[in-house]
Write a protein that binds this ligand. Structure first.
Ligand code: FAD
Length: 495
Protein backbone atom coordinates (compact mmCIF):
# COMPACT_ATOMS: atom_id res chain seq x y z
CA UNK A 1 0.00 0.00 0.00
CA UNK A 2 2.87 2.34 0.93
CA UNK A 3 4.37 1.83 -2.52
CA UNK A 4 1.29 3.32 -4.19
CA UNK A 5 0.52 6.16 -1.80
CA UNK A 6 2.95 8.54 -3.59
CA UNK A 7 1.36 7.74 -6.95
CA UNK A 8 -2.09 8.41 -5.59
CA UNK A 9 -0.95 11.91 -4.64
CA UNK A 10 -0.03 12.87 -8.21
CA UNK A 11 -3.60 13.42 -9.50
CA UNK A 12 -4.34 15.33 -6.30
CA UNK A 13 -1.33 17.61 -6.88
CA UNK A 14 -2.37 18.14 -10.51
CA UNK A 15 -5.88 18.93 -9.30
CA UNK A 16 -4.59 21.53 -6.84
CA UNK A 17 -2.38 23.07 -9.53
CA UNK A 18 -5.36 23.26 -11.86
CA UNK A 19 -7.36 25.20 -9.31
CA UNK A 20 -4.53 27.50 -8.18
CA UNK A 21 -3.01 28.13 -11.60
CA UNK A 22 -5.74 27.48 -14.18
CA UNK A 23 -3.59 29.04 -16.92
CA UNK A 24 -1.12 26.23 -16.60
CA UNK A 25 -3.63 23.89 -18.13
CA UNK A 26 -4.22 26.00 -21.19
CA UNK A 27 -2.12 26.19 -24.35
CA UNK A 28 0.63 23.95 -23.05
CA UNK A 29 0.02 20.91 -25.20
CA UNK A 30 1.15 22.65 -28.38
CA UNK A 31 4.63 23.43 -27.05
CA UNK A 32 5.68 19.79 -27.24
CA UNK A 33 4.72 19.43 -30.88
CA UNK A 34 5.80 22.91 -31.95
CA UNK A 35 9.01 23.48 -30.00
CA UNK A 36 10.12 19.90 -29.36
CA UNK A 37 11.36 19.19 -32.92
CA UNK A 38 13.41 22.42 -32.93
CA UNK A 39 15.45 21.47 -29.86
CA UNK A 40 18.64 19.42 -29.47
CA UNK A 41 18.32 15.70 -28.67
CA UNK A 42 19.29 16.27 -25.04
CA UNK A 43 16.50 18.79 -24.38
CA UNK A 44 13.19 17.91 -22.79
CA UNK A 45 9.87 19.61 -22.16
CA UNK A 46 8.12 18.96 -18.87
CA UNK A 47 4.47 19.91 -18.45
CA UNK A 48 2.42 19.81 -15.26
CA UNK A 49 0.18 17.37 -17.02
CA UNK A 50 2.96 15.14 -18.38
CA UNK A 51 5.00 14.68 -15.20
CA UNK A 52 3.58 16.57 -12.25
CA UNK A 53 6.21 15.37 -9.78
CA UNK A 54 9.14 16.44 -11.95
CA UNK A 55 7.37 19.68 -12.89
CA UNK A 56 6.96 20.60 -9.23
CA UNK A 57 10.58 19.73 -8.50
CA UNK A 58 11.89 21.82 -11.43
CA UNK A 59 9.81 24.87 -10.59
CA UNK A 60 10.28 24.72 -6.82
CA UNK A 61 12.28 27.65 -5.48
CA UNK A 62 14.76 27.95 -2.64
CA UNK A 63 12.44 30.46 -1.05
CA UNK A 64 8.77 29.71 -1.47
CA UNK A 65 7.43 33.10 -0.46
CA UNK A 66 7.45 34.40 -4.02
CA UNK A 67 5.36 32.68 -6.63
CA UNK A 68 6.37 32.82 -10.24
CA UNK A 69 4.12 30.33 -12.03
CA UNK A 70 4.89 28.33 -15.10
CA UNK A 71 3.03 26.58 -17.88
CA UNK A 72 6.00 24.50 -19.04
CA UNK A 73 9.61 23.77 -18.27
CA UNK A 74 12.09 23.39 -21.10
CA UNK A 75 15.27 21.69 -19.96
CA UNK A 76 18.02 22.88 -22.21
CA UNK A 77 20.05 20.15 -23.91
CA UNK A 78 22.62 22.44 -25.55
CA UNK A 79 23.44 26.15 -25.59
CA UNK A 80 21.86 26.46 -29.03
CA UNK A 81 18.45 25.58 -27.54
CA UNK A 82 18.28 28.83 -25.58
CA UNK A 83 17.80 31.26 -28.52
CA UNK A 84 15.39 28.78 -30.14
CA UNK A 85 13.21 28.76 -27.01
CA UNK A 86 13.30 32.57 -26.77
CA UNK A 87 12.24 32.96 -30.40
CA UNK A 88 9.44 30.42 -29.92
CA UNK A 89 8.21 32.21 -26.79
CA UNK A 90 8.28 35.54 -28.65
CA UNK A 91 6.28 34.11 -31.57
CA UNK A 92 3.67 32.72 -29.19
CA UNK A 93 3.62 35.74 -26.87
CA UNK A 94 4.60 33.64 -23.87
CA UNK A 95 6.68 34.98 -20.96
CA UNK A 96 9.94 33.26 -20.02
CA UNK A 97 12.19 33.02 -16.98
CA UNK A 98 15.65 31.48 -16.97
CA UNK A 99 16.39 29.39 -13.91
CA UNK A 100 19.60 27.80 -12.78
CA UNK A 101 19.78 26.96 -9.06
CA UNK A 102 16.51 28.82 -8.26
CA UNK A 103 17.99 30.65 -5.25
CA UNK A 104 16.92 34.14 -6.36
CA UNK A 105 14.43 35.47 -3.80
CA UNK A 106 13.24 38.84 -5.08
CA UNK A 107 9.51 39.39 -4.67
CA UNK A 108 9.67 40.67 -8.26
CA UNK A 109 9.67 37.02 -9.31
CA UNK A 110 6.00 36.90 -8.35
CA UNK A 111 5.31 39.07 -11.42
CA UNK A 112 6.17 36.10 -13.66
CA UNK A 113 2.97 34.34 -14.71
CA UNK A 114 2.16 31.42 -16.95
CA UNK A 115 5.75 31.46 -18.17
CA UNK A 116 8.03 28.98 -19.85
CA UNK A 117 10.82 28.18 -17.40
CA UNK A 118 14.08 27.82 -19.31
CA UNK A 119 16.09 25.42 -17.17
CA UNK A 120 19.74 26.16 -17.91
CA UNK A 121 21.10 24.13 -14.99
CA UNK A 122 22.10 21.50 -17.54
CA UNK A 123 24.78 23.80 -19.06
CA UNK A 124 27.61 22.74 -16.77
CA UNK A 125 30.73 22.47 -18.91
CA UNK A 126 33.94 23.88 -17.38
CA UNK A 127 37.15 24.24 -19.38
CA UNK A 128 40.32 25.74 -17.96
CA UNK A 129 42.86 27.37 -20.25
CA UNK A 130 45.87 27.50 -17.94
CA UNK A 131 48.04 29.15 -20.58
CA UNK A 132 45.99 32.35 -20.53
CA UNK A 133 44.49 31.89 -17.05
CA UNK A 134 40.82 31.73 -17.99
CA UNK A 135 38.00 29.31 -17.34
CA UNK A 136 35.05 28.93 -19.71
CA UNK A 137 31.89 27.82 -17.94
CA UNK A 138 28.36 26.93 -19.01
CA UNK A 139 25.58 29.28 -17.89
CA UNK A 140 24.28 26.65 -15.44
CA UNK A 141 27.33 26.01 -13.25
CA UNK A 142 27.21 26.46 -9.50
CA UNK A 143 29.82 27.96 -7.16
CA UNK A 144 30.80 24.44 -6.09
CA UNK A 145 31.30 23.28 -9.71
CA UNK A 146 33.74 26.12 -10.38
CA UNK A 147 35.46 26.01 -6.99
CA UNK A 148 36.07 22.25 -7.16
CA UNK A 149 37.38 22.22 -10.72
CA UNK A 150 39.70 25.18 -10.19
CA UNK A 151 40.95 23.78 -6.88
CA UNK A 152 41.91 20.49 -8.53
CA UNK A 153 43.86 22.46 -11.16
CA UNK A 154 45.57 24.60 -8.47
CA UNK A 155 43.76 27.70 -9.72
CA UNK A 156 41.28 30.08 -8.09
CA UNK A 157 38.90 32.96 -8.71
CA UNK A 158 36.19 34.68 -6.68
CA UNK A 159 33.13 32.48 -6.08
CA UNK A 160 30.29 32.70 -3.55
CA UNK A 161 30.46 31.33 -0.03
CA UNK A 162 27.59 28.89 -0.50
CA UNK A 163 28.27 25.97 -2.83
CA UNK A 164 24.72 25.73 -4.14
CA UNK A 165 24.43 29.22 -5.64
CA UNK A 166 24.52 29.72 -9.41
CA UNK A 167 27.78 31.26 -10.65
CA UNK A 168 26.07 33.49 -13.22
CA UNK A 169 23.08 34.44 -11.03
CA UNK A 170 25.50 35.80 -8.42
CA UNK A 171 27.98 37.32 -10.93
CA UNK A 172 25.36 39.28 -12.86
CA UNK A 173 24.48 41.22 -9.71
CA UNK A 174 28.10 41.62 -8.54
CA UNK A 175 29.06 38.36 -6.85
CA UNK A 176 30.72 38.41 -3.43
CA UNK A 177 33.16 35.91 -2.00
CA UNK A 178 36.25 35.47 0.15
CA UNK A 179 38.68 36.09 -2.71
CA UNK A 180 37.25 39.45 -3.74
CA UNK A 181 39.96 41.35 -1.85
CA UNK A 182 42.55 39.81 -4.15
CA UNK A 183 40.64 39.34 -7.41
CA UNK A 184 37.60 41.62 -7.31
CA UNK A 185 33.95 40.65 -7.49
CA UNK A 186 32.84 37.66 -9.53
CA UNK A 187 31.56 40.12 -12.10
CA UNK A 188 34.95 41.88 -12.28
CA UNK A 189 36.49 38.65 -13.51
CA UNK A 190 34.17 38.13 -16.45
CA UNK A 191 36.12 38.46 -19.68
CA UNK A 192 33.31 37.76 -22.15
CA UNK A 193 29.97 35.97 -22.40
CA UNK A 194 27.75 34.38 -25.02
CA UNK A 195 24.37 36.03 -24.58
CA UNK A 196 20.97 35.00 -25.93
CA UNK A 197 19.16 38.32 -26.37
CA UNK A 198 15.49 39.21 -26.04
CA UNK A 199 15.03 38.71 -29.77
CA UNK A 200 16.72 35.30 -29.63
CA UNK A 201 20.03 36.27 -31.24
CA UNK A 202 23.32 34.94 -29.90
CA UNK A 203 25.90 37.65 -29.39
CA UNK A 204 29.35 37.92 -27.83
CA UNK A 205 29.53 40.54 -25.10
CA UNK A 206 32.89 41.79 -23.84
CA UNK A 207 34.96 44.94 -23.56
CA UNK A 208 35.45 44.86 -27.32
CA UNK A 209 32.10 43.45 -28.49
CA UNK A 210 28.85 45.17 -27.49
CA UNK A 211 30.81 47.03 -24.82
CA UNK A 212 27.80 49.08 -23.64
CA UNK A 213 25.97 45.88 -22.82
CA UNK A 214 29.07 44.50 -21.11
CA UNK A 215 28.92 47.47 -18.76
CA UNK A 216 25.28 46.71 -17.91
CA UNK A 217 25.71 42.95 -17.52
CA UNK A 218 28.16 43.48 -14.67
CA UNK A 219 25.74 44.58 -11.96
CA UNK A 220 22.35 44.49 -13.67
CA UNK A 221 22.87 41.49 -15.92
CA UNK A 222 19.68 39.52 -15.24
CA UNK A 223 17.83 42.19 -17.22
CA UNK A 224 19.42 41.72 -20.60
CA UNK A 225 19.42 38.10 -21.71
CA UNK A 226 20.45 34.58 -20.90
CA UNK A 227 24.14 33.79 -20.67
CA UNK A 228 24.86 30.38 -22.09
CA UNK A 229 28.61 30.54 -21.60
CA UNK A 230 31.03 32.85 -19.77
CA UNK A 231 34.79 33.25 -19.67
CA UNK A 232 36.27 34.23 -16.31
CA UNK A 233 39.79 35.28 -15.35
CA UNK A 234 41.50 32.81 -13.02
CA UNK A 235 44.65 32.96 -10.91
CA UNK A 236 47.27 30.65 -9.50
CA UNK A 237 46.20 29.18 -6.19
CA UNK A 238 47.75 30.88 -3.16
CA UNK A 239 48.92 29.43 0.14
CA UNK A 240 48.87 25.93 -1.40
CA UNK A 241 45.07 26.10 -1.46
CA UNK A 242 44.62 26.30 2.32
CA UNK A 243 42.90 28.81 4.56
CA UNK A 244 43.20 29.51 8.23
CA UNK A 245 39.80 29.53 9.90
CA UNK A 246 39.00 30.50 13.48
CA UNK A 247 35.43 29.86 14.67
CA UNK A 248 34.62 31.62 17.92
CA UNK A 249 31.43 31.87 19.95
CA UNK A 250 30.96 34.90 22.17
CA UNK A 251 28.47 35.68 24.90
CA UNK A 252 25.90 38.24 23.71
CA UNK A 253 27.32 40.83 26.12
CA UNK A 254 30.39 41.03 23.85
CA UNK A 255 28.41 42.33 20.84
CA UNK A 256 29.43 45.98 21.15
CA UNK A 257 33.10 45.08 21.74
CA UNK A 258 33.13 42.58 18.87
CA UNK A 259 31.63 44.95 16.30
CA UNK A 260 33.89 47.76 17.50
CA UNK A 261 36.87 45.45 16.95
CA UNK A 262 35.65 44.68 13.43
CA UNK A 263 35.30 48.38 12.67
CA UNK A 264 38.83 49.02 13.93
CA UNK A 265 40.34 45.97 12.22
CA UNK A 266 42.78 46.77 9.41
CA UNK A 267 41.53 44.23 6.91
CA UNK A 268 44.00 42.71 4.48
CA UNK A 269 43.00 41.40 1.02
CA UNK A 270 43.26 37.76 2.18
CA UNK A 271 41.00 38.04 5.21
CA UNK A 272 37.23 37.71 5.59
CA UNK A 273 35.10 38.13 8.67
CA UNK A 274 31.64 36.72 9.24
CA UNK A 275 29.46 37.14 12.27
CA UNK A 276 26.32 35.08 12.54
CA UNK A 277 23.37 35.39 14.88
CA UNK A 278 21.42 32.12 14.87
CA UNK A 279 18.97 30.63 17.36
CA UNK A 280 20.77 28.68 20.07
CA UNK A 281 19.46 26.68 23.05
CA UNK A 282 16.23 28.18 24.44
CA UNK A 283 16.10 30.26 21.23
CA UNK A 284 18.61 32.77 22.62
CA UNK A 285 20.65 33.84 19.57
CA UNK A 286 24.25 32.65 19.44
CA UNK A 287 26.93 35.16 18.41
CA UNK A 288 29.51 33.40 16.27
CA UNK A 289 32.56 34.82 14.46
CA UNK A 290 34.37 33.20 11.57
CA UNK A 291 37.77 34.73 10.81
CA UNK A 292 39.37 33.25 7.72
CA UNK A 293 42.51 34.09 5.79
CA UNK A 294 44.44 32.82 2.78
CA UNK A 295 47.76 33.74 4.41
CA UNK A 296 49.97 31.16 6.15
CA UNK A 297 48.44 30.18 9.50
CA UNK A 298 51.04 31.91 11.69
CA UNK A 299 50.43 35.23 9.94
CA UNK A 300 46.65 34.86 10.12
CA UNK A 301 46.82 33.90 13.76
CA UNK A 302 48.88 36.89 14.77
CA UNK A 303 46.55 39.17 12.79
CA UNK A 304 43.58 37.66 14.61
CA UNK A 305 45.17 37.90 18.04
CA UNK A 306 46.14 41.54 17.54
CA UNK A 307 42.57 42.63 16.77
CA UNK A 308 40.28 40.10 18.46
CA UNK A 309 42.47 38.25 20.96
CA UNK A 310 41.45 40.54 23.82
CA UNK A 311 37.76 39.57 23.62
CA UNK A 312 36.65 36.90 26.10
CA UNK A 313 34.95 34.03 24.29
CA UNK A 314 32.91 30.94 25.12
CA UNK A 315 34.41 28.50 22.61
CA UNK A 316 37.06 28.65 19.90
CA UNK A 317 38.20 26.22 17.21
CA UNK A 318 41.09 26.97 14.86
CA UNK A 319 41.71 24.89 11.76
CA UNK A 320 43.51 24.85 8.45
CA UNK A 321 40.95 24.14 5.76
CA UNK A 322 41.42 23.23 2.08
CA UNK A 323 39.82 26.13 0.17
CA UNK A 324 37.40 23.88 -1.72
CA UNK A 325 35.90 22.82 1.64
CA UNK A 326 35.72 26.24 3.25
CA UNK A 327 32.10 26.76 2.21
CA UNK A 328 31.05 23.64 4.12
CA UNK A 329 33.27 24.19 7.16
CA UNK A 330 33.47 27.97 7.63
CA UNK A 331 30.89 29.99 9.55
CA UNK A 332 29.75 26.96 11.57
CA UNK A 333 29.05 25.19 8.26
CA UNK A 334 26.07 27.49 7.89
CA UNK A 335 26.59 27.99 4.15
CA UNK A 336 26.09 24.28 3.74
CA UNK A 337 23.05 24.25 6.03
CA UNK A 338 21.60 27.25 4.17
CA UNK A 339 21.94 25.37 0.89
CA UNK A 340 19.95 22.40 2.20
CA UNK A 341 17.19 24.40 3.84
CA UNK A 342 13.80 24.43 2.18
CA UNK A 343 11.76 26.15 4.87
CA UNK A 344 9.47 29.06 4.23
CA UNK A 345 11.68 32.14 4.32
CA UNK A 346 11.57 35.86 4.01
CA UNK A 347 14.81 37.67 3.31
CA UNK A 348 16.03 41.26 3.30
CA UNK A 349 19.50 42.71 2.80
CA UNK A 350 21.47 45.82 3.71
CA UNK A 351 24.78 47.13 2.43
CA UNK A 352 26.69 49.25 4.94
CA UNK A 353 29.78 51.42 5.04
CA UNK A 354 30.14 50.94 8.76
CA UNK A 355 28.79 49.04 11.73
CA UNK A 356 27.21 51.07 14.48
CA UNK A 357 27.58 48.88 17.62
CA UNK A 358 24.54 50.30 19.50
CA UNK A 359 22.36 49.61 16.44
CA UNK A 360 23.70 46.08 16.26
CA UNK A 361 22.91 45.55 19.92
CA UNK A 362 19.34 46.75 19.25
CA UNK A 363 19.11 44.38 16.25
CA UNK A 364 20.29 41.47 18.41
CA UNK A 365 17.70 42.29 21.06
CA UNK A 366 14.94 42.54 18.46
CA UNK A 367 16.00 39.17 17.01
CA UNK A 368 15.83 37.60 20.49
CA UNK A 369 12.39 39.12 20.96
CA UNK A 370 11.22 37.94 17.53
CA UNK A 371 12.27 34.37 18.39
CA UNK A 372 10.62 34.54 21.80
CA UNK A 373 7.35 35.71 20.29
CA UNK A 374 7.59 33.33 17.31
CA UNK A 375 9.31 30.18 18.59
CA UNK A 376 8.62 28.36 15.31
CA UNK A 377 10.96 30.71 13.44
CA UNK A 378 14.02 28.56 14.18
CA UNK A 379 15.29 28.88 10.60
CA UNK A 380 15.98 32.59 11.13
CA UNK A 381 19.37 34.25 11.29
CA UNK A 382 21.41 37.35 10.58
CA UNK A 383 24.65 37.16 8.60
CA UNK A 384 27.12 40.01 8.94
CA UNK A 385 29.62 39.63 6.10
CA UNK A 386 32.81 41.68 5.92
CA UNK A 387 34.71 40.70 2.80
CA UNK A 388 37.91 42.51 1.87
CA UNK A 389 37.33 45.28 -0.66
CA UNK A 390 40.84 46.08 -1.94
CA UNK A 391 40.48 44.71 -5.48
CA UNK A 392 36.78 45.65 -5.57
CA UNK A 393 37.58 49.31 -4.96
CA UNK A 394 40.50 49.22 -7.39
CA UNK A 395 37.92 49.01 -10.20
CA UNK A 396 36.70 52.50 -11.15
CA UNK A 397 33.11 53.23 -10.04
CA UNK A 398 31.90 53.92 -13.57
CA UNK A 399 33.45 50.85 -15.18
CA UNK A 400 30.51 48.53 -14.47
CA UNK A 401 26.85 48.84 -13.54
CA UNK A 402 27.66 47.55 -10.05
CA UNK A 403 27.06 50.58 -7.84
CA UNK A 404 28.12 49.38 -4.40
CA UNK A 405 31.90 49.57 -4.43
CA UNK A 406 31.92 51.83 -1.35
CA UNK A 407 30.19 49.25 0.85
CA UNK A 408 32.22 47.50 3.51
CA UNK A 409 29.66 45.16 5.05
CA UNK A 410 26.85 43.05 3.63
CA UNK A 411 24.00 41.99 5.89
CA UNK A 412 21.59 39.16 5.11
CA UNK A 413 18.46 39.17 7.26
CA UNK A 414 16.58 35.92 7.21
CA UNK A 415 13.35 34.76 8.81
CA UNK A 416 12.73 31.03 8.39
CA UNK A 417 9.63 29.28 9.68
CA UNK A 418 7.34 26.36 8.84
CA UNK A 419 4.34 28.02 7.20
CA UNK A 420 2.68 31.25 6.08
CA UNK A 421 1.19 32.12 9.48
CA UNK A 422 4.38 34.02 10.36
CA UNK A 423 4.72 35.88 7.03
CA UNK A 424 3.40 39.13 8.38
CA UNK A 425 5.38 39.07 11.66
CA UNK A 426 8.54 38.17 9.76
CA UNK A 427 8.04 40.95 7.25
CA UNK A 428 7.49 43.53 9.98
CA UNK A 429 10.56 42.42 11.92
CA UNK A 430 12.84 42.24 8.88
CA UNK A 431 11.66 45.59 7.55
CA UNK A 432 12.30 47.32 10.87
CA UNK A 433 15.78 45.80 11.22
CA UNK A 434 16.71 46.79 7.66
CA UNK A 435 15.52 50.36 8.31
CA UNK A 436 17.57 50.59 11.53
CA UNK A 437 20.70 49.36 9.75
CA UNK A 438 20.26 51.76 6.83
CA UNK A 439 19.84 54.70 9.21
CA UNK A 440 23.25 54.20 10.85
CA UNK A 441 25.14 52.34 8.10
CA UNK A 442 26.95 55.33 6.63
CA UNK A 443 25.23 55.66 3.25
CA UNK A 444 23.04 58.69 2.73
CA UNK A 445 20.25 56.53 1.37
CA UNK A 446 19.55 52.79 1.69
CA UNK A 447 21.83 50.59 -0.43
CA UNK A 448 21.18 46.89 -0.90
CA UNK A 449 23.21 44.34 -2.86
CA UNK A 450 20.66 43.45 -5.51
CA UNK A 451 21.06 39.69 -4.99
CA UNK A 452 20.19 40.19 -1.31
CA UNK A 453 17.36 42.63 -1.93
CA UNK A 454 13.83 41.76 -0.94
CA UNK A 455 12.57 43.56 -4.03
CA UNK A 456 10.67 46.51 -2.57
CA UNK A 457 13.64 48.79 -1.87
CA UNK A 458 13.45 50.75 -5.13
CA UNK A 459 15.79 50.99 -8.13
CA UNK A 460 18.24 53.44 -6.53
CA UNK A 461 18.99 51.13 -3.59
CA UNK A 462 19.86 48.31 -5.98
CA UNK A 463 21.44 50.01 -8.97
CA UNK A 464 22.70 53.27 -7.43
CA UNK A 465 21.17 56.73 -7.05
CA UNK A 466 23.37 58.47 -9.65
CA UNK A 467 21.01 59.71 -12.30
CA UNK A 468 23.43 58.81 -15.09
CA UNK A 469 23.48 55.18 -14.00
CA UNK A 470 19.73 54.75 -14.07
CA UNK A 471 19.40 56.67 -17.32
CA UNK A 472 22.08 54.51 -18.93
CA UNK A 473 20.48 51.30 -17.70
CA UNK A 474 17.04 52.38 -18.91
CA UNK A 475 18.40 53.35 -22.32
CA UNK A 476 20.12 49.98 -22.67
CA UNK A 477 16.97 48.18 -21.54
CA UNK A 478 15.01 50.07 -24.18
CA UNK A 479 17.55 49.15 -26.85
CA UNK A 480 18.14 45.48 -25.97
CA UNK A 481 14.87 44.42 -24.30
CA UNK A 482 12.14 46.95 -25.17
CA UNK A 483 9.33 44.45 -24.51
CA UNK A 484 10.66 43.51 -21.07
CA UNK A 485 11.27 39.85 -21.86
CA UNK A 486 13.81 39.67 -19.01
CA UNK A 487 11.93 41.50 -16.29
CA UNK A 488 11.29 38.85 -13.65
CA UNK A 489 14.24 39.72 -11.40
CA UNK A 490 14.59 43.30 -10.14
CA UNK A 491 13.38 44.72 -13.43
CA UNK A 492 14.81 47.88 -14.92
CA UNK A 493 12.11 49.84 -16.73
CA UNK A 494 12.83 50.99 -20.27
CA UNK A 495 11.26 54.44 -19.68
C1 FAD B 1 21.96 30.17 0.44
C2 FAD B 1 22.38 31.35 -0.39
C3 FAD B 1 23.71 31.74 -0.39
C4 FAD B 1 24.15 32.83 -1.15
N1 FAD B 1 25.46 33.17 -1.16
C5 FAD B 1 25.91 34.17 -1.94
C6 FAD B 1 27.29 34.52 -2.01
O1 FAD B 1 28.13 33.92 -1.35
N2 FAD B 1 27.67 35.54 -2.81
C7 FAD B 1 26.77 36.23 -3.56
O2 FAD B 1 27.17 37.16 -4.27
N3 FAD B 1 25.46 35.94 -3.53
C8 FAD B 1 25.00 34.93 -2.74
N4 FAD B 1 23.67 34.62 -2.70
C9 FAD B 1 22.73 35.38 -3.54
C10 FAD B 1 22.77 34.83 -4.96
O3 FAD B 1 23.78 35.52 -5.66
C11 FAD B 1 21.44 35.04 -5.72
O4 FAD B 1 20.42 34.41 -5.01
C12 FAD B 1 21.53 34.53 -7.15
O5 FAD B 1 20.59 35.19 -7.92
C13 FAD B 1 21.27 33.05 -7.23
O6 FAD B 1 21.43 32.53 -8.54
P1 FAD B 1 20.81 31.07 -8.82
O7 FAD B 1 21.24 30.57 -10.13
O8 FAD B 1 21.18 30.23 -7.64
O9 FAD B 1 19.25 31.32 -8.75
P2 FAD B 1 18.14 31.51 -9.91
O10 FAD B 1 16.92 31.86 -9.13
O11 FAD B 1 18.10 30.32 -10.76
O12 FAD B 1 18.64 32.75 -10.70
C14 FAD B 1 18.50 34.06 -10.17
C15 FAD B 1 18.25 35.04 -11.32
O13 FAD B 1 19.36 35.00 -12.18
C16 FAD B 1 18.96 34.71 -13.51
N5 FAD B 1 20.00 33.87 -14.09
C17 FAD B 1 20.57 32.77 -13.54
N6 FAD B 1 21.50 32.28 -14.39
C18 FAD B 1 21.50 33.09 -15.48
C19 FAD B 1 22.24 33.10 -16.70
N7 FAD B 1 23.13 32.14 -17.00
N8 FAD B 1 21.98 34.10 -17.61
C20 FAD B 1 21.06 35.07 -17.33
N9 FAD B 1 20.32 35.09 -16.20
C21 FAD B 1 20.56 34.11 -15.28
C22 FAD B 1 17.62 33.98 -13.37
O14 FAD B 1 16.81 34.19 -14.49
C23 FAD B 1 17.03 34.65 -12.14
O15 FAD B 1 16.36 35.80 -12.51
C24 FAD B 1 23.21 33.54 -1.93
C25 FAD B 1 21.86 33.15 -1.93
C26 FAD B 1 21.45 32.07 -1.17
C27 FAD B 1 20.01 31.68 -1.19
Amino acid sequence: MKKYSGLLLVPAIVGVLAVVYPNIFRRTDAIVAELGPLLSPGASIVLPTSNATLFIELTRRYIEVMHPDFSAVVRVGAEADVPVIIKYANRKGRPILAANRRHGWSVSLSSVHNAILIDISTLTTINIDAAVNTVTVGGGVSAADVLGTLYAAKKQTTVGVCDCVGMLGASLGGGHGRLQGLHGLMTDNIVSVQLATASGEMITVSNTSNADLFWALRGAGHNFGIITEAVYRIYDQINDGFQFDAEIIYAPDQIEALFTAIEEFTQTPETSIFVIFVPGPDLIPIVSLSFSSYTPAAQALSQFEASFGHLPHLTRTDSIVPSDQMNTVGSLGLGHVACQSRERKNTYGASLKRYDPPTIRAVYDSFAQFLKTNPAATGSGILWETYPVHAVQAVPEAETAYAHRQERHLVMLLAGYPNSTLDSAANTWLGSVAAALHSTGGFERPMVYMNYAQGTEGLGALYGYDEWRLERLKALKKRYDPEGVFSGYHAIPSE
